[in-house]
Design a protein around this ligand. Structure first.
Ligand code: AMP
Ligand code: GLY
Length: 447
């Protein structure tokens, strides 16, 4: 959505007052170490309201723009101590793993504003059973489903559905806990596999869903416990290989805007999915603060339906949103954390497209090979191209190596999506990473 198009959104009871003119400079603790966090750091670093930024644990790319400290995203004690020591005005949480272990709860106890929901509110992502029941309680559009702890009850529910079948582990399984079974035999095997412990505790309960046809879109809203504002949309390529083939991944590439996700659909999704979620969570005593990421299925006949909520920015959706966001991000992050979003005007987006190509380590997603040398990722690619680091490590001599599944996020903006794609792939061609691969068709649906 461009700034101009955004004005067509009905802002409900939001008061579009100007930004507070003299917010004092802030100390920011940014939690996480992936490409999403590198992109957030890149954008936050541009804020005139920033005094000091520390990333924990950060990555070699982030180390080029802020301080980094070797405190893990799930080390709640370590992070709370670090936030206190640096007199953080705001803690910005990237990954859901930190939310699930209660980082926001602990920061609330010590009075430090946190961009990211409490563990109870983050269950919108961290427990599929909780979120599906929540959708049902609040009449939100989604697939028919059942939650099961035993195979025989699951089989009875499967009898009521027709293929393909969607089988999910209840808990967090890093994007790998979803199986789309084409046959009943595959579905029964997936249920047995999950209940049999293949995903550990995450699979102690399985969610079985009706299959929703359509195209997917990622829609983001900032929430402050009471209100929400739309905060951009993107489309992701979840499959590992060209043509949307191969295993599911955390995302191999993104682009924004997503032409299929029209302003009318955004408005509809905001009213049928986002607002009921924020109001429902508040009414149930778990006010939701942070970014709410709605994974939507766009069915031409039924409109947008929820696949899932996530309690964080998408990765690599965040990367293209940060390239397109014209407004200073810090006032928005702070307002979401402190319940003052209604004081801010709608964010302004550049009238440009942005596209991100993920370079992954060979073997991703099943068994990515670490250690391969990367050359040329830190070159100057011009103003319109940025390479965010996702899974990298740096030798003492500065040599950059692959240290994760998704390694680099090569991002570019352009007047058109085609121009953004060409710029991103030109940078990909200049990066020497023989131990990695990327898709060559990011953006194909929109181009
Ligand atoms: P999730 O982890 O719930 O986001 O699911 C991962 C992917 O599986 C989604 O991005 C969709 O592509 C697909 N998926 C999940 N649930 C459904 C559904 N009910 N119908 C169709 N596709 C689905
Ligand atoms: N790119 C999809 C996700 O962040 O879940």
């Amino acid at each position: 959505m461009s700034g101009r198009e955004d004005e067509r959104i009905d802002w409900g009871d939001l008061d579009p007052a100007p930004l507070p003119r003299k917010t004092r400079p802030m100390n920011i603790l940014l939690v996480g170490s992936g490409g999403r966090e590198h992109a957030l750091a890149w954008k936050i670093a541009r804020s005139p309201l920033l005094r000091r930024m520390v990333a924990a644990p950060g990555n070699p790319g982030m180390a080029g723009i802020c301080e980094t400290r070797p405190v893990k995203a799930t080390d709640v004690d370590g992070l709370v101590a670090l936030a206190g020591e640096m007199a953080a005005d705001l803690v910005v949480v990237g990954p859901e793993s930190a939310l699930e272990v209660g980082l926001a709860d602990r920061l609330a106890e010590v009075g430090i504003p946190c961009f990211g929901p409490t563990a109870a509110a983050a269950r919108l992502e961290t427990s599929k059973a909780f979120s599906k029941d929540f959708f049902a309680r609040h009449g939100m559009p989604t697939a028919a489903y059942g939650v099961f702890e035993a195979a025989d009850a699951a089989a009875v529910f499967l009898d009521t559905l027709s293929p393909p079948f969607v089988i999910k582990a209840d808990g967090l399984a890093a994007g790998k806990g979803v199986i789309i079974a084409q046959t009943r035999a595959e579905a029964d095997a997936a249920v047995a596999d999950m209940l049999g412990g293949r995903f550990g505790a995450a699979g102690a309960r399985v969610v079985i869903e009706e299959f929703m046809p359509g195209e997917e879109a990622s829609f983001f809203a900032l929430c402050d416990g009471e209100t929400a504002i739309p905060f951009g949309a993107a489309q992701d390529h979840k499959r590992a290989y060209d043509g949307d083939l191969g295993p599911n991944t955390g995302g191999m590439g993104t682009y924004s805007p997503a032409p299929v996700f029209t302003d009318a659909l955004a408005q509809q999704a905001f009213e049928t999915c986002i607002l009921p979620a924020v109001r429902g969570m508040a009414a149930e005593g778990n006010p939701y603060r942070g970014v709410l990421y709605a994974g939507l299925m766009l069915d031409p006949e039924r409109g947008p339906r929820l696949v899932e909520f996530n309690a964080r920015f998408g990765d690599p959706e965040c990367q293209v949103l940060m390239l397109r966001l014209e407004s200073d991000i810090l006032p928005y992050l702070l307002a979401a954390a402190t319940g003052t979003l209604s004081r801010l005007p709608p964010p302004v987006w550049r009238d440009e497209a942005a596209l991100c190509v993920v370079m992954a380590a060979d073997g991703y997603p099943e068994s990515p090979v670490s250690g391969a040398i990367i050359r040329g990722a830190q070159a100057d690619f011009g103003d319109a191209t940025v390479v965010f680091q996702a899974g990298t490590a740096s030798d003492p001599d500065g040599t950059l190596r692959a240290a994760g599944g998704r390694v680099l996020n090569v991002c570019a903006s352009g007047e058109t999506l085609g121009a953004a794609r060409d710029a991103a792939y030109a940078a990909v061609a200049d990066i020497d990473f023989p131990g990695g691969f990327c898709r060559s068709d990011i953006g194909w649906r929109a181009l």
